[in-house]
Ligand binder design. Structure first.
Ligand code: KIV
Ligand code: ZN
Length: 528
């Protein structure tokens, strides 16, 4: 066994490396995570970052799901030029027509149509006989080909599908015109060896397989999504479907950053390269985390806060002698640069916007103006402003760009000399100033009760969490809340040096997201 070469390989696509197509589904499967919701502006921002990062295919949404989803796919198709823009459609004429309309403006557009092929799904979910499913595959792929040459077909629950039937369906989809055949492990059930063998079986048995690219789409229910995807690549798959931070239904999808860095770091064993500019990974990870409100666990591979931290003395000693002792890839290769002390209260707007660019933000004039004002306020309160502070501050600004409800003022009376904590709050709701006072079991409860008075709703609070961005008692607090209403859940975040202000901003942010979610059809009406 040779694992001696821990020097990072910095190849992108080279002549002797097969290319693996990176298909990002953060905006579609990622958005299906319970609690995750993104508005058009946020999706567009993520799409542009994915494009700049070198993602080959961006699955921008499920156009039939709602007018909002349609609009997102349509606008992304209009804006993105370097990546193929893809929309998802079930195997029906209505879904495919709507999807075709949504991707029409794309420089390169793809229709991704799917139907379940496992016995369990066909019998209980679709209530269709295998022959009818087989015919639906031919009809849907042929219909999609009327709009574009670039059609992808997926056999939902592919890893639990009968092999003979799977091969028949794949062959029929290719004959009908599918150029990409995606084999999903929809429920995250497969084991790496087994999944690799499944891909090898399809490669060996389907007679026209050379006319299509084999893709895989693995869910992470057993924590094996990345391992299964890599096993598939070793056996002939040349497209991997994945999401930033591994976002996705239930336990999520294969994490893009892990796939890309595994291919790059272990190119000795896996001579396949992606086109991803890995230095942009952290930027994409941060943006997705901010927009969705899903924090990245500290020990998450590649993008977790501790992924490149060395605490144990023996490790630190080794690192000082040679970084290769404990580091198999450099932090810089994923866009992680050392946290530096940054601007102070005397810094000007120019230095501020340059710093934002360095951190990967490209804000419009209005957003820079608002963020700069908040930075000045922060620099007045906080002696030392770090990159992390700035990221929290700007992210907090960015997520509020299109809010219907905004916090104006908040005053709290609490402590052990007052009988009951009291919050006096004013909100701007669609341009109208409204204020009230409310009491509660504690200051947070009082503030949230005041919000409910001004904007009545039935959502229940399922999670309230606070963490400090940096050390010190003057650190900014980032508060995360999760609200649930009629089976829909949303996450909101807020940052401020005042934990109560951060709490109200987080709750208001979640309410704004709930308003977006209310526009979508009930979760059980549309499912993929
Ligand atoms: O998990 C799955 O099977 C899917 C398909 C629609 C590709 O998301
Ligand atoms: Zn999926």
């Amino acid at each position: 066994m040779s694992i001696s070469n821990t020097t990072e390989n910095t190849d992108t696509v080279t002549a002797d490396h097969d290319h693996v197509i990176i298909f990002d589904t953060t905006l579609r499967d990622g958005e299906q995570s319970p609690g995750a919701s993104m508005n058009l502006e946020e999706k567009l921002r993520i799409a542009l970052v994915l494009e700049e990062m070198g993602v080959d295919v961006i699955e921008a949404g499920f156009p039939i799901a709602s007018d909002g989803d349609f609009e997102c796919v349509h606008q992304i198709a209009q804006t993105v030029k370097q990546s193929t823009v893809c929309g998802l459609a079930r195997a029906t004429k209505g879904d495919i027509d709507r999807c075709a309309q949504a991707i029409k403006p794309a420089a390169s557009g793809r229709i991704h149509t799917f139907i379940a092929t496992s016995p369990l799904h066909m019998e209980y979910k679709l209530m269709m006989e295998p022959d009818a499913v087989y015919q639906a595959i031919i009809d849907s792929v042929s219909h999609a080909r009327n709009f574009t040459d670039d059609v992808e077909w997926s056999c939902e629950d592919g890893s639990r599908t009968d092999h003979d039937f799977l091969c028949r369906c794949v062959e029929a989809a290719i004959t009908a015109g599918a150029r990409t055949i995606n084999i999903p492990d929809t429920v995250g059930y497969a084991m790496p060896e087994e999944f690799g063998a499944l891909i090898a079986m399809v490669m060996n048995r389907v007679p026209n397989i050379d006319k299509a690219v084999i893709s895989v789409h693995c869910h992470n229910d057993l924590g094996l999504a990345v391992a299964n995807s890599l096993a598939a690549v070793s056996n002939g798959a040349r497209q991997v479907e994945c999401t930033i931070n591994g976002l996705g239904e239930r336990a999520g999808n294969a994490a893009l950053e892990e796939i890309v860095m595994a291919l790059r770091t272990r190119s000795d064993l896996m001579p396949y390269a992606s086109r991803i500019k890995s230095e942009q990974i952290m930027r994409a990870s941060r943006l997705v985390s901010t927009v969705t409100g899903f924090s990245v666990q500290p020990n998450k591979a590649i993008v977790g806060a501790n992924a490149f931290a060395h605490e144990a003395g023996i490790h630190q000693d080794g690192m000082l002698k040679h970084s290769g002792t404990y580091e198999i890839m450099t932090p810089e290769s994923v866009g992680l640069n050392e946290s530096k002390l940054i601007l102070g209260k005397h810094s000007g707007r120019h230095a501020f916007s340059e710093k934002l660019k360095e951190l990967g933000y490209d804000l419009g004039d209005n957003a820079i103006h608002d963020a700069f004002k908040r930075f000045k306020d922060l620099a007045d309160i906080k002696k030392e402003v770090f990159d992390e502070d700035l990221i929290a501050l700007v992210d907090d600004e960015v997520v509020r760009a299109n809010d219907h409800i905004r916090l104006k003022t908040l005053e709290i009376i609490c402590g052990n000399v007052h009988a009951e904590p009291k919050a006096t709050l004013s909100l701007d709701i669609d341009g109208q100033d409204m204020s009230c006072s409310a009491t509660g079991d504690g200051p947070v409860d009082a503030a949230f009760n005041a919000i409910k008075q001004l904007f009545p709703h039935n959502a229940t609070l399922k999670l309230y969490q606070v963490h400090a961005v940096t050390g010190g008692t003057d650190a900014q607090a980032v508060v995360t809340v999760r609200l649930e209403e009629n089976g829909r859940s949303v996450i909101g975040q807020g940052a401020n040096t005042d934990t109560m202000v951060a709490s109200v901003r987080a709750y208001v942010n979640a309410l704004n997201r709930l308003l977006i979610k209310r526009e979508k059809k009930a979760p059980d009406v549309i499912s993929a």
